[in-house]
Design a protein around this ligand. Structure first.
Ligand SMILES: Nc1ncnc2c1ncn2[C@@H]1O[C@H](COP(=O)(O)OP(=O)(O)OP(=O)(O)O)[C@@H](O)[C@H]1O
Length: 236
């Protein structure tokens, strides 16, 4: 579903991502963890076609991000860490705009908006301008907009930040349902307890380099993900 092969991205002299290779197959919830500045967002933005990368290849559902960026965008949804939404639009107009962009037919979009706005308790706020939304409400709207075209691959940067416990619970359920239906999820998080419970696989990145990846059991063994992470951080 997602193949990242030898991805390298530099900013000036800084190698933000250094020869990173990761493969995510359908049905997997894949967690991506690393210290501040490790290269998570740079990787995610490269996958989503937002950042040009220096070398390597990225394939989404078999399509190359470089050669077929639109094809890739049709298959994926991206939820950034700080959703920058069109504040002057109402929630419902924003969702309809995103549905238009992805060519989602009217009847289907209405059903999905009804479903997900209900799940995230946002139905009563959809007529309000986004400028009046709290951070968590914006995050929920970004999640609903990401789900509107039923992506095969969902890429999320710190998706749980700002969500209340009920919304977090609902998002985890949606993530699992999506993967059970053959989709895949790649997300970054600093909340290691969530990653440990939710993810099938995990990758740890340090100073732009992949240091470990595999199933949760392979990576953490009998200890906790937190102790493995802290141990890796202590190593030079
Ligand atoms: N636009 C940019 N210009 C210059 N350097 C950048 C830019 N974006 C990221 N970097 C650098 O690349 C490195 C990786 O940053 P990145 O945002 O990918 O880290 P991250 O793992 O997502 O961190 P965090 O957990 O703090 O969000 C950092 O050293 C950062 O300073």
């Amino acid at each position: 579903m997602l193949k990242i092969n030898h991805l390298t991205k530099t900013f000036g002299n800084k190698r933000a991502v250094d020869d990173l290779t990761l493969h995510i197959t359908p049905g997997e919830i894949y967690g991506f963890i690393g210290h501040n500045g490790a290269g998570k967002t740079t990787t995610i933005k490269s996958v989503c076609g937002i950042l040009q990368f220096d070398s390597g290849e990225i394939f989404v559902d078999g399509k190359s991000v470089r050669a077929d960026p639109l094809g890739c965008k049709r298959s994926l949804a991206y939820i950034p860490d700080n959703p920058d939404l069109y504040e002057f639009l109402s929630g419902i107009r924003y969702l309809n705009f995103i549905a238009d962009v992805f060519g989602v037919p009217a009847s289907v979009r209405q059903e999905r908006i009804h479903k997900y706005a209900g799940i995230f308790d946002l139905t009563g706020d959809l007529a309000q301008p986004i400028s009046a939304y709290s951070h968590g409400m914006k995050q929920k709207l970004a999640i609903i907009s990401a789900l509107i075209h039923e992506p095969r691959l969902m890429i999320m940067d710190e998706p749980f930040v700002g969500l209340d416990p009920v919304a977090s619970h609902q998002l985890k359920k949606i993530m699992r349902d999506m993967c059970n239906a053959g989709g895949a999820i790649f997300f970054s998080t600093h909340v290691l307890e969530v990653a440990e419970k939710l993810c099938d696989k995990v990758a740890i990145i340090k100073n732009g380099k992949l240091v470990v990846s595999g199933t949760m059991e392979e990576v953490k063994g009998n200890s906790s993900l937190e102790s493995v992470f802290l141990e890796l951080e202590e190593q030079k």
